[in-house]
Design a protein around this ligand. Structure first.
Ligand code: KIV
Ligand code: ZN
Length: 507
């Protein structure tokens, strides 16, 4: 048996059946072209009888994509099959994928057919499909909840009438991995002619087992896996193509399997499908989640900086990602902080670095991830350090549309804690007045500026003020995610600078 696993991509058919996804013909073509770059073996382009746009998509994809097989879905009836055959007319390698349910649950409750009728429909459907193409795939829908012997008879009927691929769908994502592998073994042992066809699997993810089940089936002889980009599809979706491909790429030697997928196209494919379907990807999703190659914990970052094999089993560039990212956050250590500053071409003395690191940790505690702009703000503030005679300990403000703003500020003045409260025209003015009471100098606010120095709702605000007292003028600055706090810090910074300047001018 060959080791290659054929990748049958159903993003444009089962994927598009996911609630809320509507791809137009142009979008489907764009995805099909990318799937061709990704080098999937078969692109299931749609279900032609289901809508004029599905018909058109299959037709257009068939014309455009000449180097891949293009499949169209059809129920086991003449009208569906003729529509699929017609839509695929221009294809270089057409595949008709016809299906009928094999489980009693479906046959009785949904289709009102006997098992005998279903068998007859199977034979007829495959035979009719063969009029249009040599490559016919037959799927027994709900195979995993079907009577095994009946399922085997159905597959024999399909093979006898010319099916080249026998697909075993776990339509409702019910199978357990070991159970599914036993079903594949059973099919190999009990379906005559099975050695002449490709056994395919199509697993849904209702219990989160779609990829595991697909892999188990491959280990037991299945040679085609049906999957979708980002795992989209009915309900919880299909097996995700990027996970299947990267498992086989990473562990292929142990599995004895390979695929022809060009893994470097994975990120591009995933991004395209994400943006055209509007289906967001969880940050922790394997392979293509935004955190799949991001490290925040200090110990992990330290390991990554020494050798990335310590915490990564896939090279990001192997899936088309530029690099791993070391996220600076509250769990990050000095090593990663220093490295990031060097990348940003920021050089600090050991002493400034230590201060900046402390400030970074304080900010990360409040804000979470710290980006480049945050870092620059932290560092500029740290570099222009001045002797801290006044240190902010705590502040509380109250303000509202019907109350006068009030602020209570606690400051350490040369080691002694002092507290004052004041009312003012808004929480910032009240805070400045409270600080004036503590420090005992009348500071004149010449200029006040605030700007966001990072992005997002939790962006850092940087307040810069120009303040004067006793004919000296200084600039004070403060940063925080809270603008009142940034303002208070700027005012206290200015107070420290005014004091330093006054001291300096006295000699
Ligand atoms: O989930 C399923 O059973 C299907 C079939 C049409 C293969 O999508
Ligand atoms: Zn499906």
């Amino acid at each position: 048996m060959e080791n290659k696993i054929y990748i049958f991509d159903t993003t444009l058919r089962d994927g598009e059946q996911a609630p809320g996804i509507h791809l137009n013909v142009r979008e489907k073509l764009e995805i099909a072209e990318q799937l061709s770059r990704l080098n999937v073996d078969i692109i299931e382009a749609g279900f032609p009888i289901s809508s004029a746009s599905d018909f058109e998509s299959v037709k257009k994809v068939s014309k455009k994509i000449r180097d891949r097989a293009v499949a169209a879905l059809a129920r086991a009836n003449d009208k569906d099959i003729d529509a699929a055959g017609e839509a695929l007319r221009g294809a270089a390698n057409p595949v008709i994928h016809t299906f009928i349910s094999s489980s009693d649950i479906h046959l009785k409750h949904q289709f009102h057919k006997t098992r005998q009728e279903a068998l007859e429909m199977t034979g007829r459907a495959v035979k009719r499909s063969r009029k249009y193409t040599d490559i016919v795939e037959f799927s027994a829908m709900d195979a995993t909840r079907s009577d095994r012997d009946f399922l085997c008879r159905m597959f024999e009927e399909a093979i006898k009438n010319g099916a080249r691929v026998i697909n075993v769908p776990d339509t409702v994502g019910y199978a357990l991995p070991a159970e599914f592998s036993r079903l594949i073994d059973y099919i190999y042992a009990n379906v005559s002619g099975i050695e002449d066809v490709i056994v395919s699997v199509h697993c849904h993810n209702d219990l989160g087992l779609a990829v595991a089940n697909s892999l188990m089936a491959a280990e037991h002889g299945a040679r085609q896996i049906e999957c979708a980009v980002n795992g989209i599809g009915e309900r919880a979706g299909n097996a995700s193509i990027e996970e299947v491909a990267m498992i086989i790429d990473t562990r292929g030697r142990d599995l004895g399997l390979n695929t022809d997928i060009r893994t470097r196209e994975i990120v591009r494919t995933s991004n395209l499908v994400k943006s055209l379907t509007g289906y967001v990807i969880a940050p922790n999703k394997a392979i293509v989640g935004k955190n799949a190659f991001a490290h925040e914990a200090g110990i992990h970052q330290d390991g990554m900086l020494k050798d990335r094999s310590t915490y990564e089993i896939i090279k990001p560039e192997d899936i088309g990602l530029a690099r791993s990212s070391l996220i600076l956050g509250k769990h990050s250590g000095r090593h990663a902080f220093k490295k990031r500053l060097l990348e940003l071409d920021i050089k600090l003395s050991e002493e400034d670095l230590e201060k900046a690191f402390k400030r970074f940790k304080d900010l990360a505690e409040k804000k979470g991830a710290i980006n480049e702009y945050d870092l620059r703000a932290i560092v500029t503030d740290e570099i222009r350090e001045v002797d801290k005679y006044y240190i902010l300990e705590e502040y509380k403000v109250s303000s509202g549309s019907d109350i006068t703003a009030c602020s209570e500020v606690r400051i350490t003045v040369d080691g002694d804690e002092k507290q004052a409260s004041a009312k003012g025209d808004g929480p910032i003015d009240a805070s400045f007045k409270a600080i004036d009471k503590i420090i005992g100098i009348k500071i004149v606010l010449v200029e006040y500026n605030i700007e966001a120095v990072s992005e997002g709702k939790d962006a850092i605000g940087q307040v810069k003020i120009i303040a004067s007292a006793n004919e000296n003028e200084v600039m004070g600055s403060g940063i925080s995610t809270d603008i009142v706090e940034a303002s208070i810090k700027a005012y206290i910074d200015a107070a420290n600078r005014l004091r330093a300047t006054a001291k300096g001018s006295k000699g």
